[in-house]
Design a protein around this ligand. Structure first.
Ligand code: PHE
Ligand code: NA
Length: 437
């Protein structure tokens, strides 16, 4: 095993984890899933899922990583039996699967930055999206985005990931606040806030069966859970860190950026009178509808560049965390340098992403499969492992660096054992039912 790096600073870890969490899930999926799942009713379910299920599940991943200081696959073996490697492997595969199409959307974002600067999509937003989101152009853009990701990861933890995310995360927050202030001046702002923030209780009750799996799946995706990311990032953390406050800072910031995204997107959509529920279904509709907005407001080019620039930064800092998972595994087990591993894994990702780049129908399928099968399975296995296999040792690890947490340790353990497991089983059942039955 080669000498392992660590984060240079504690904020370095927190910012990198926030960089992973804040991504396309917040800026792209969260607004469009909100739009198609009953507006604020979805937001309410999502917030509950993040606090009650996502946060405890995140702490479970931190405990595994920090206790072992090793990549996710070996970490499960060290804390359990050899067979538990399979759970780490499932998480790595889940991450690889998700990153394959995440890169494709990252490529679209690159195109939209250029498109905004030139006003290229103003005349025909739908046609522009069709042209850049599928076929050879999408493949080329996917390759460019991947090259950026590979470059950062090849530089390593301290010089690559930590330095990059220290710059990226604050920029995302500052620019989003600026955009939110700008859209507040648009005529549709009030209607946008209302759509986003006032829950429709009828919709909530009627559609709970389909909203719940999405909300729980979104909570996992948005917090980068079930993909071995948080296990890997916390494996570079020292014993003096308080995992609970670190996790809290990550969850709160991630949620704030999601809410900010809604506060930016919905005023734009309601200003141009987009038919929210139908214009926003499907993988690309948010690009089309939001882009149409930039085409018809003052300074649209400038704001388009800034908006898609923020989306690009957020997508990059998430993608590097996923690539790091695989690179960490290979780097721990074989004496191959990162500078070779990162591009090699990049080629594999490129190939798996080809169907999604070629046709958005594939991308939608890859995404549904990740949400409804891979993510819940992986989080379920991790929760069972931490709750029932490691058990009290996990609580001891959580206490490390956290000072006197009293009964909170036990409450957390039982939440993981029962609540997280039950919520995931329910989601998995409803999701499989929706996808296959
Ligand atoms: N948390 C990320 C997001 O919300 C999800 C993600 C992270 C996806 C890393 C891929 C890679 O966008
Ligand atoms: Na997120």
């Amino acid at each position: 095993m080669s000498d392992r790096e660590t984060w240079a600073t504690r904020p370095g870890f927190i910012l990198a984890a926030i960089g992973s969490a804040v991504g396309l899930g917040n800026l792209w999926q969260f607004p469009f899933k909100t739009a198609t799942n009953g507006g604020a009713a979805f937001v309410a379910f999502y917030l509950v899922a993040v606090v009650l299920i996502g946060f405890p599940a995140m702490l479970a991943e931190f405990v595994i990583g920090r206790r072992t200081h090793v990549n996710a696959v070996d970490a499960f073996e060290r804390l359990g039996h050899r067979q538990w490697r399979a759970v780490g492997a499932l998480a790595v595969v889940t991450g690889f699967w998700i990153l394959s199409y995440y890169n494709v959307v990252g490529g679209w974002v690159l195109r939209y930055i250029l498109g905004s600067a030139r006003g290229a999509y103003f005349a025909d937003p739908g046609g522009y999206f069709g042209a850049v989101s599928a076929g050879p152009e999408a493949v080329l853009a996917q390759a460019l985005f991947l090259a950026l990701v590979v470059g950062i990861v090849a530089l390593g933890i301290e010089d690559g990931i930590e330095k990059a995310t220290k710059l990226m995360v604050p920029s995302i927050v500052v620019l989003m606040v600026g955009l939110a202030a700008w859209v507040a001046t648009l005529p549709g702002a009030g209607a946008g806030y209302e759509f986003f923030l006032s829950p429709d209780l009828g919709t909530m009750v009627d559609n709970a069966g389909s909203i719940i799996p999405f909300a729980v799946g979104q909570a996992f995706f948005t917090l980068s859970l079930g993909m071995a990311i948080m296990v890997t990032y916390s494996s570079y953390v020292g014993g003096e860190d308080n995992l609970i406050t670190d996790g809290g800072a990550i969850v709160v910031t991630n949620t704030l950026v999601g809410v900010l995204a809604g506060l930016v997107v919905f005023p734009i959509l309601l200003t141009i009178g987009a038919d929210i529920t139908s214009d926003t279904t499907g993988a690309g509709a948010l690009f089309v509808a939001t882009a149409a907005g930039f085409g018809s407001v003052p300074f649209g080019r400038l704001f388009g560049v800034v908006f898609f620039g923020v989306v690009l930064i957020a997508a990059l800092s998430s993608a590097i965390s996923l690539l790091e998972v695989t690179v960490a595994y290979a780097n721990d087990n074989y004496d191959i340098p990162r500078t070779v591993l990162a591009p090699a894994v990049g080629v594999g990702l490129f190939l798996l992403g080809l169907p999604s780049a070629w046709d958005t129908a594939w991308l939608t399928w890859f995404d549904s499969f990740a949400y409804q099968v891979f993510l819940p399975l992986s989080v379920l296995a991790t929760a069972v492992f931490v709750g029932w296999v490691i058990g009290e040792d996990a609580v001891a690890e959580l206490r490390e660096g956290a000072g006197g947490i009293g009964a909170a340790g036990g409450v957390w353990l039982w939440t993981v054992r029962v609540l997280v497991v039950a919520a995931v089983l329910l989601t998995l059942g409803l999701g499989i039912n929706e996808m296959f039955l």
